[in-house]
Design a protein around this ligand. Structure first.
Ligand code: NAP
Length: 526
């Protein structure tokens, strides 16, 4: 039997009971390690995080906590090569795709270390201006944000075992809130390895960082009113979390990042042959194939003027036909595996459902695999579908296939395109391709109510834009409606989730005294 990896809870490593759940190599189908949290005392573990980790973190200033993040960055950089080995084995990703997760995590932590240092020697954040309550100004109202006294439970998806942990942990630890991470079981090894290295380095106070791997059962029951939950995953699990007693009766604050039917939109000015057209084609192919399309932000729907539909389909299909798929240990392979055979089945089923209503413009299922057994490997080529008929397109606005699959859709005029994009019921991101800056600004604003992020690609940004699907810590990540209604990142705005806001009503002498201990800059979002 393979090694059963322990969990880190209540300040110590604890092995769960039973044989555990095996984690597999999604290309070779072999067992790598096992995880189990059976029999763990979560109640005691959470209490330890709150009672030991919380006070120790809150005793530090923002700048000191930022120093902890910098030290974590150093540890992760020192062990980076091993993380790539684990990702290759357990996620089946190419080096480039693993970097999106691993280097993305390190970059995000580094950013929060820098921003945190700028908050200086404070332990709370001012929120807005002091305003008078009495006519003569002798009685005032001052809003403050202070770290919550609970813990932060992170329930993460399988596609980002590294970034998924640290993009949440960076703002939580900087805020002074202890973290309990529950990675998705299929790819939990990388999360565990990173946490083990950080714990071994002795950077964080005891109880500041815990990790529990395996079943999600009973995870939410021990939560208390000042705890927070940040969830990334499917809409179904999100619904189960939202309706849990901890949330419904104990007001545990929840952030949800769920699935999303993100769009790419070629604006009407951009015809075939234009630079904007080529930029859309390039970005669609990149989004469909990076991490085998297993990015919550990946382009799922591609909107082009009806006059460009045929040309766009041909151009995207031509590029997709050059993508090599298979074992990422072979250097000629551009696209590795899905995270598991279960995901492979789910992608097959989702694609089959879409194919019943759409045309196949490029068939990934026909692509021969490089160095991989198609009966074992969770590998599948990219598939481009086309839904030229409006009635056929309904399912496209509703079905997220979490793999290398996207659908091309024609539109008749910009208002029609915007209406169709909104049929996604709220998305994480839409990207717009055009050479017309004013048109781009109008379209971006028109879509801002239903998206967390609008990514505008104009020819002058061709070499510098950060990518439709790349989540940059400077910008908001999250989206309304179907996308879960959550907000993450966005610079120091992310700290708001881990702080409680309160109004202090008092005489000027009291509010002045508060301000003596305030950081130079105002609270996130103000
Ligand atoms: P999932 O089944 O919802 O699993 C996500 C996490 O929830 C895993 O850690 C899972 O643990 C845990 N979980 C399962 N049942 C639970 C329960 N009853 N209570 C609490 N936690 C529970 O999602 P998935 O299929 O792995 O992930 C793919 C989905 O995530 C896609 O739809 C994608 O769009 C979405 N996603 C969104 C974002 C974003 O930022 N918006 C990012 C990535 C992925 P186990 O692994 O042990 O089952």
């Amino acid at each position: 039997m393979t090694e059963l990896l322990p969990n880190h809870l209540a300040g110590r490593w604890q092995t769960g009971g039973g044989p555990g759940t095996p984690l597999l190599d999604p290309v070779l189908g072999t067992e790598l390690v096992r995880v189990s949290n059976a029999g763990l005392d979560l109640e005691a573990g959470y209490a330890y995080a709150r009672d030991e980790g919380g006070p120790a973190l809150r005793a530090l200033t923002y700048a000191q906590r930022a120093g902890l993040l910098s030290a974590i960055v150093d540890v992760l950089k020192a062990n980076r090569d091993r993380y790539f080995d684990i990702a290759l084995a357990n996620s089946g990703t190419t080096k480039q795709d693993s970097a999106v997760d691993i280097d993305g995590a390190i970059f995000t932590l580094g950013q929060y270390a820098r921003w945190g240092a700028s908050l200086g020697a404070a332990r709370w954040l001012p929120d807005g201006e002091t305003v008078p309550l009495a006519k003569d100004g002798a009685f005032l109202s001052r809003h403050v944000q202070v770290p919550t006294r609970g813990l932060a439970l992170f329930i993460n998806a399988f596609n980002f075992p590294a970034w998924g942990l640290w993009e949440k942990a960076a703002p939580a630890l900087l805020s002074g809130v202890p973290v309990v991470a529950k990675p998705a079981t299929a790819t939990a090894w990388l999360t565990l390895a990173m946490v083990a290295d950080v714990i071994a380095a002795g950077i964080l106070p005891a109880g500041a960082l815990s990790v529990v791997c395996g079943s999600a059962q009973g995870l939410l029951s021990p939560l208390r009113p000042f705890d927070v939950v940040s969830f990334t995953g499917s809409a179904d699990t999100a619904a189960a979390i939202r309706s849990h007693d901890a949330v419904v009766r104990r007001s545990v604050r929840v952030n949800i990042e769920a699935d999303s039917l993100n769009s790419a939109l070629l604006l009407p000015d951009a015809q075939p042959g234009s630079e904007a057209f080529d930029l859309l084609v390039r970005e669609v192919v990149r989004e469909m194939t990076v991490k085998s399309g297993q990015k919550c932000t990946a382009i799922r729907r591609i909107f082009v003027p009806a006059s460009c539909y045929a040309a766009a389909g041909e151009a995207i299909a031509a590029k997709l036909s050059r993508i090599t798929v298979g074992n990422p240990r072979n250097e000629t392979v551009r696209m590795g595996a899905l995270a598991s055979r279960q995901q492979w089945e789910s992608v097959q089923a989702g694609t089959a459902a879409l194919r019943r209503h759409a045309d196949v413009l490029h068939d990934g299922s026909a692509v021969p695999l490089v160095d991989a057994d198609p009966s074992v490997a969770a590998c599948i080529g990219p598939t481009l579908l086309g839904a030229a008929r409006r009635e056929a397109a309904c399912i496209v606005h509703d079905t997220e296939v979490f793999g290398p699959v996207a659908t091309l859709l024609p539109y008749e005029g910009l208002p029609d395109a915007l209406d169709q994009i909104r049929l996604g019921q709220g998305s994480l991101v839409a990207s717009l391709y055009t050479a017309d800056a004013a048109l781009a600004a109008d379209a971006a604003l028109a879509l801002a109510d239903s998206h967390g992020r609008l990514h505008v690609v104009t020819p002058e940004t061709a070499a510098v834009h950060t990518g439709h699907g790349n989540v940059m810590p400077m910008s908001l990540h999250g989206g309304p409606g179907r996308a879960g209604g959550g907000e993450e990142l966005g610079g120091l705005r992310a700290l708001g989730f881990y702080h409680r806001r309160a109004a202090i009503q008092a005489a000027g002498a009291v509010t002045d005294s508060l301000d003596g201990a305030a950081p130079q800059r105002s609270a996130p979002g103000h």
